[in-house]
Design a binder for this molecule. Structure first.
Ligand SMILES: Nc1nc2c(ncn2[C@@H]2O[C@H](COP(=O)(O)OP(=O)(O)O)[C@@H](O)[C@H]2O)c(=O)[nH]1
Ligand SMILES: [Mg+2]
Length: 226
C-alpha cells in the first residue's frame, strides 16, 4: 500500500479556534471565568464540583455544564447544589464548542461568576479542544499513580492548574505528591499543583481561593474590576 501526502495549506482548525476565542471574550465581558475540567474517568471531577458548591454555598455564583457519553447521572448529583445542564455526546470522547454553547443557552446565566465545564473522562482527546475556557484544569487522583503527567503530557502542558484529588487515600496507596509535582513540572514548569480531598474537604478552601484570585485577575486584565 502506498501513502500519498496531500498538502491542503489551510488550517482547518482556525475557524474553531476563532469561535472559541470569540466566546471566551464574550464570557470575559460578562465577568464570568470559564473553567474546563479534564481527567480520566473517576478522578473526582463531579465530587470536586460538589465540594466547591458546598464550600461557596451560592456565592460566588457558579453553574456547571457536565459532559458524559451517556446518562445524566452527574447532572442529577449536582442539581441540588448548582444550576447544571448535562451534555451527552452519545459516544464521542470529548466535548466540542457547539454542544457546550447549546447547554449554555439553556442555563440560567443571571449573575454568574463562574462557569465550570466537566469534560468527558479521558486524559487524551479533551486536551486538543478549546472550549472557550479561561482556565483548563487537569484533575488527577492518587489512585491513578504519580507517573501520569509524563505519560499524558498534552493534558498537563495545556492546563493552567492541576488538582491532585483523593489525598485522604494517601496512607493506603503508593503515590508521592512531590514525585507527581516534579513530573508535572517537567512537562510545564509553571503549573500550579494543588492537593485536595473532595471527600473530606481538605484543600478545598485553598483551591476555591485560587479560582477566585484567577477571576479577579481576569477582571483586572479586562478593566472590569468589580
Ligand atoms: N476517597 C475518595 N474518594 C473520592 C474522592 N473524590 C471522589 N471520590 C470517589 O471517586 C469516585 C468517582 O468520583 P466522581 O466524582 O464520579 O469522578 P468523575 O468521573 O471524575 O466525575 C466516586 O466513587 C467518588 O465517591 C476523594 O477525594 N476521596
Ligand atoms: Mg463526573
Amino acid at each position: 500500500m502506498s501513502a500519498e501526502t496531500i498538502p491542503i495549506q489551510k488550517d482547518i482548525q482556525s475557524q474553531r479556534r476563532a469561535e472559541a476565542e470569540a466566546w471566551r471574550r464574550s464570557l470575559t465581558a460578562r465577568g464570568i471565568l470559564c473553567v474546563n475540567m479534564i481527567s480520566s474517568p473517576g478522578a473526582g471531577k463531579t465530587s470536586l464540583l460538589q465540594a466547591m458548591a458546598r464550600h461557596w454555598s451560592g456565592r460566588p455564583k457558579m453553574a456547571v455544564l457536565v459532559g458524559d457519553i451517556a446518562t445524566d447521572r452527574d447532572a442529577q448529583r449536582l442539581a441540588p447544589l448548582v444550576p447544571v445542564r448535562q451534555l451527552t455526546t452519545g459516544g464521542a470522547c470529548h466535548l466540542e464548542l457547539p454542544l457546550v454553547r447549546n447547554g449554555w443557552d439553556q442555563l440560567d446565566q443571571d449573575g454568574l461568576e463562574f462557569l465550570f465545564i466537566e469534560n468527558i473522562g479521558n486524559l487524551v482527546c479533551p486536551a486538543s479542544h478549546d472550549l472557550g475556557e479561561h482556565l483548563r484544569v487537569v484533575v488527577l487522583s492518587v489512585t491513578e499513580g504519580d507517573d501520569k503527567p509524563g505519560k499524558y503530557p498534552k493534558a498537563f502542558r495545556t492546563s493552567q492548574a492541576c488538582v491532585i484529588n483523593k489525598i485522604d487515600l494517601l496512607p493506603y496507596v503508593p503515590f508521592s505528591l512531590s514525585a507527581v509535582t516534579e513530573d508535572a513540572h517537567l512537562v510545564r514548569s509553571d503549573l500550579p499543583v494543588m492537593a485536595v480531598s473532595a471527600l473530606n474537604g481538605d484543600g478545598i478552601a485553598a483551591w476555591c481561593g485560587f479560582l477566585v484570585a484567577q477571576r479577579q485577575q481576569l477582571l483586572r486584565d479586562a478593566n472590569l474590576d468589580r
